[in-house]
Design a protein around this ligand. Structure first.
Ligand code: ATP
Ligand code: MG
Length: 560
């Protein structure tokens, strides 16, 4: 898709496992993956990594990938999140197999299996206080204390469990536990909780259930029901794997088992990735919603101007690791810059304008200058940009007392206006505060780009827009949301202490070339010399709003 031939790489460890399984004809050669988000927030770039991995593996091995909402926690879940998750996966360019699935579709089956476990003597109701249950779990080096529930009769356990389901007991008063091993060094096997009581409406099952399954009980069984062959998850679930397998052994009657495989989650520098923290940023209005362009959410990145292709290329580039690591956010920026470089039309935009009057250029005269749209793309053609006596240039492209090495505009010096003429700065005007208000230049008619007969050489080339034909726009410049490399990595400080107070800068008086008049929300451009920009969803024809996606160069850009 985005990987050029010369970037072909060796198999990652998950591909090796899959290829080995295919060689052995395991599961009759079926390859079936799933992406299992909990609908309790918007997806972020870490999820994008997981999506590219799961759907990507399904694509490369002619398999399937399910979308399954892990909706077992109704307190925190919402249909808004379900909808945004579907939209984000589609936008990334992936299609799930069949309809989206929901763990809640399996609540009946999970309940029946739980009853079977009770009947098999493999599960029991525990009505001790939660505190005590936690204490009895003990520590890894010492066996825990067995609950009296373990000895209760099957009939009594069934009756209590039914009562739990029917809403006869208050929240937190009892749980269903699996009877595994209270002395296992793996704490997850010390009679883990399968169900808790929760009198809470569910966004799909309404008030039908008063008990909800725990992740460990719901997840593997859902994989099993859907015929998943490779259940790829992040490293923190490695210690859950024995329990994942134990549950499957209790319910499966044949040989088929989904196989859990763990990989390292994506961590990005200068970014927080936990949904709880992202939710806090949204709820406490540190940012303007889940799709704030500074957020690491897929919707935030999309609004910022990231392309789906650049995110897929990023996911491919970082690969799949078995050990936790921290990826430089610069690599993500590099990916989008690289993609936009090949697709974004070049235009002129002046962010911080100062007026230049070309005194020897006739008043009312207009020339259409022909400018190439994208030097990286021969098919992109060219456009006409109006040139007039009064133009805007960037304020910091002028210096009153310029050092020798300053190759832009300064009194007495010449520069080229890109695609137009060489002009010479003759004079300038200032207001009472000493700010430059106007710059006066002359142009040399023999220096028109494309037909320059002057033989003049100048070092500086500036972008510009006609002062009489430009558009006004608001431009939003973004910096990293956090000023610390690992904002969530400090034991003694809250991650919000590291919020960058200058992460958003709004410029209200920007001047753009008139060809941008019909730009639509989401359209992407390179403002020459300044970076990549896109039209924000707040934009209207009367008040255009652009986001800067990334500046043109940084450490990564220079390495090209
Ligand atoms: P939370 O942060 O709320 O604990 P989560 O990040 O695990 O939740 P889920 O909705 O459970 O969110 O995640 C769906 C899938 O995305 C899971 O398979 C999970 O392993 C994967 N995933 C989540 N975060 C990352 C990440 N940073 N890198 C790679 N995969 C991730
Ligand atoms: Mg999770």
């Amino acid at each position: 898709m985005d990987t050029p031939e010369n970037e072909k790489r060796s198999l990652n460890f998950i591909e090796s496992i899959i290829e080995e399984d295919l060689r052995k004809n395991k599961n009759e050669g079926r390859i079936h993956l799933r992406f299992p988000p909990e609908p309790n927030g918007y997806l972020h770039i870490g999820h994008a990594k997981s999506i590219c991995l799961n759907f990507g593996l399904a694509e490369s091995y002619n398999g399937m990938c399910n979308l399954r909402f892990d909706d077992t926690n109704p307190e925190k879940e919402d249909v808004e999140y379900v909808d945004s998750i579907k939209e984000d996966i589609n936008w990334l360019g992936f299609k799930w197999n069949d309809q989206p699935h929901f763990a809640s579709d399996y609540f009946n089956q999970l309940y029946d299996w739980a009853v079977k476990l009770i009947k098999d003597g493999k599960a029991y109701v525990d009505d001790q206080p939660q505190e005590l249950i936690r204490e009895q779990r003990g520590i890894p080096t010492q066996a825990g204390v067995e609950s009296p529930g373990r000895k209760r009769s099957v009939e009594d356990n069934i009756k209590l469990f039914e009562g739990m389901k029917n809403g006869e007991y208050p929240d937190g008063s009892m749980v269903l536990r699996a009877k595994v091993d209270m002395s296992s060094p793996n704490m997850h096997l010390r009679d883990p909780i399968m169900y808790r009581i929760l009198h809470q409406e569910h966004h799909r099952t309404g008030d039908k259930w008063n008990i909800y399954p725990m992740y460990d009980w719901a997840h593997g069984q859902s994989d099993f029901i859907e015929g998943i062959t490779h259940s790829v998850c992040t490293l923190e679930f490695e210690v859950h794997r024995p329990l994942y397998n134990w549950f499957l052994d209790q319910i499966a009657e044949n040989k088929y088992r989904p196989r859990q495989i763990e990989f390292a989650r994506l961590n990005l520098s200068y970014t927080v990735m936990s949904k709880r923290k992202l939710l806090e940023l949204v709820k406490s209005e540190y940012v303007n919603g889940w799709d704030d362009p500074r957020m690491p959410t897929i919707s935030g990145l999309r609004r910022r101007g990231y392309t789906a292709g650049s995110i897929r290329a990023f996911a491919e580039r970082i690969g799949v690791a078995k050990r936790d690591n921290l990826i430089d956010v610069g690599l993500l920026e590099f990916s989008v810059r690289e993609h936009l470089n090949s697709i974004a039309p070049r235009v002129f935009g002046v962010l911080n304008p100062v007026k230049v009057v070309i005194t020897n250029y006739p008043e009312g005269k207009l020339e259409d200058m022909e400018l190439i749209n994208n030097p990286e793309d021969a098919d992109a053609g060219s456009r006409k940009v109006p040139f007039t006596r009064e133009i805007f240039i960037e304020r910091d492209d002028f210096m009153e007392d310029a050092p020798k090495k300053f190759f832009r505009m300064a009194p007495g010096r010449e520069v080229r206006l890109k695609g137009a003429y060489i002009i010479k700065c003759e004079d300038f005007a200032k207001d009472a505060d000493g700010n430059i208000t106007e710059i006066y230049c002359t142009y040399d008619p023999d220096t028109k780009s494309g037909s320059d007969s002057s033989g003049k050489k100048v070092k500086g080339t500036l972008h510009w827009v006609s002062a009489t034909h430009c558009l006004n726009a608001e431009v939003r410049l973004y910096d990293r949301l956090f000023s610390d490399e690992e904002p969530a990595g400090h034991k003694d400080s809250d991650f919000k202490e590291f919020l960058n107070p200058d992460s958003l800068k709004v410029l209200l008086n920007c001047k753009l070339e008139p060809s941008l008049k019909d730009a639509q929300i989401g359209d992407k451009f390179q403002f020459q010399r300044l970076g990549y920009f896109c039209v924000d969803k707040d934009s209207t024809p009367e008040n255009m709003v652009f986001n800067r996606t990334v500046p043109l160069r940084d450490g990564w850009g220079k390495r090209k």
